[in-house]
Design a protein around this ligand. Structure first.
Ligand SMILES: [Zn+2]
Length: 157
């Protein structure tokens, strides 16, 4: 457990730092943090499926699993998930199963199926109360980290 509580903005900053860590390891720079009902960080993770070759090793699922181990339950009731990028459909399924209460992300995806649209269709039937994009001082930084990653990839760096 952390002794010092981070502000919302500090948490997003921490996520961007985690994303840079992922990028430096050659992973798609996406990261996630799970907060308990006291708003303390209980788990953090970044994508690592390119290293592990496991399809489910997205930041969100790794963080949810870590939080479950810490709380000794997979039912993460009253927990909040912060993630840099709008979760994919696989992660959205795990999010629904985990019963977290809130999910916030900085960047909306422009690829594939939008989990935000799925949430809007399903919201009355789930434990998930909030699923939305936030825009803060770290959002532009997050966008740049991902953009640079894919630019470098195209250039073959
Ligand atoms: Zn995912």
């Amino acid at each position: 457990m952390l002794t010092k509580k981070l502000t919302q903005l500090e948490m997003w900053e921490k996520l961007n730092k985690l994303s840079i860590k992922a990028k430096n390891k050659g992973e798609i720079p996406v990261s996630a943090i799970v907060l308990n009902d006291q708003k303390e960080i209980i788990a953090q993770a970044f994508n690592k499926n390119d290293r592990t070759n496991k399809v489910s090793d997205h930041a969100e699922i790794i963080a949810l699993n870590k939080a479950g181990r810490k709380l000794k339950t997979w039912k993460l009731i009253d927990c909040t998930l912060l993630v840099t990028l709008e979760p994919c459909v696989m992660c959205f399924g795990a999010i629904l199963n985990s019963r977290v209460k809130n999910v916030y992300f900085m960047l909306k995806t422009d690829k594939g199926i939008s989990s935000l649209n799925l949430f809007n269709e399903l919201k009355t039937k789930t434990h998930l109360k909030n699923f939305s994009a936030v825009n803060n001082l770290q959002t532009a930084i997050s966008k740049k980290i991902i953009k640079d990653f894919f630019n470098d990839l195209r250039k073959g760096k």
